[in-house]
Design a protein around this ligand. Sequence first.
Ligand code: SF4
Length: 113
Amino acid sequence: MKEKVIDRRGFLKMGVKAGGGVLALSAIPIHLMAQDKVTEDEALAQAMGYVLDATTTDTKKFPKRAGDAGASQFCDNCALFSGEADAEFAPCSIFQNRLVAGKGWCNAWVAKT
Ligand code: SF4
């Protein structure tokens, strides 16, 4: 097996190329690297009754959110919401950790303990 000898100049060139790659990655706007938000019209969202605004839940179709107990259910107090209680959006494991609205809701809601 032939070994490749890299002189100092070649080594420095490699470093510049690698550094350029890091610079290129850091130039990607942060919002493009962020996770995307779940939308209400997606198949899984529709099946789960996910809505961005929990108060718009169709409680005939999803009676779990009906009544006083149901009215207190929001993504931001669900055990599967992995954000702060006042987060506008945070990842939800039901949706492969894509972002759901803090004031949203779906039929998989589980009380935080
Ligand atoms: S599982 Fe919980 S956090 Fe996720 S969408 Fe449903 S109610 Fe919101």
